[in-house]
Write a protein that binds this ligand. Sequence first.
Ligand code: NAD
Ligand code: MG
Length: 312
Amino acid sequence: MTTPEKKDAAAAIPVQDSQLAHDDPRTRHPKLDAPEQRQEEPGLDVKTEPVPDIGLDSYRGLGRLEGRKALITGGDSGIGAAVAVAYAREGADVAIAYLPEEQPDADRVLAAIEAAGRTAVALPGDLMDAGYREGLVEEAATALGGLDILVNNAGKQIISESLEDLTDQQVLETFQVNILSMFTLSRAALTHMGPGSTIINTTSVQAYNPNPMILDYAATKAAINNFTKGLAQQLGERGIRVNAVAPGPVWSVLQVSYGQPKEKLPVFGHDTPTGRGGQPVEMAPAYVFLASGESSYVNGETLNANGGTPTP
Ligand code: NAD
Ligand code: MG
């Protein structure tokens, strides 16, 4: 029971003005005025201007994922990289999957995982390659000594002006990387998962509010929300939870490598209610929450982290 003295002492601690100012969502991260730029797909965070903030200098762990073992696809850069850094600092061993040409980004993340005192596993390969896709989870589980968190986060987003410009080949690739791989990887993960394990899928605000320049991408994101809700119902009785995170505009190389027309980059995210685009590090706490036991009664949910754009 709290004694009156203790209660008074707690009440007497003033909220620091500096802390409140630090937490102001409008200014917690800079409103970007990024230069027009373009990289070939998939591009590198380290060559993006400014370099996306994956929390290397700021994320502080509190032991929420002590002893857990996670595989994160697209864990080399952007949102997946921020999640990898956060998971390691929360106490998890982490395997990251990424395309071989993304090694310079992956090296930064692998070093951060090791600096947190955790095991880091590098699993380069292309999710378009069936052999890689089908063996990925097994490789991760072998290297980590088990697997209890799967973050399906790899994504492909390429703009096309009109349906006539959008080839079937691109539609197929976008669906394979963004959603079809989730079926393969989640199925394989179940071999290793038991009660308390979690699957977290990256969807997008595009699921409800499709930008007409990314028809294929937006359609996969709607499918991911639906897949998440369906699979959560199937796995609930096994004690395995399935959730999704739906980011709004987040500064990452995805946007710079044909994800947006380059003229849009200087005002990226300015039209959100918070007035700025997000940074990858701002997504990481949502993935930590959904992976940890703190969210034990959250299942089949999509956590929207988009600066305030209304969602259904
Ligand atoms: P990112 O480019 O840093 O990450 C995407 C990753 O997907 C790449 O690093 C790459 O490793 C992986 N990938 C792409 N094609 C692949 C392939 N063929 N094989 C294997 N891996 C492949 O960009 P990000 O913005 O951090 O994207 C991460 C996720 O977040 C994606 O699913 C994306 O759709 C989603 N998302 C991003 C935003 C945003 O504004 N940045 C908004 C909503 C959702
Ligand atoms: Mg990358």
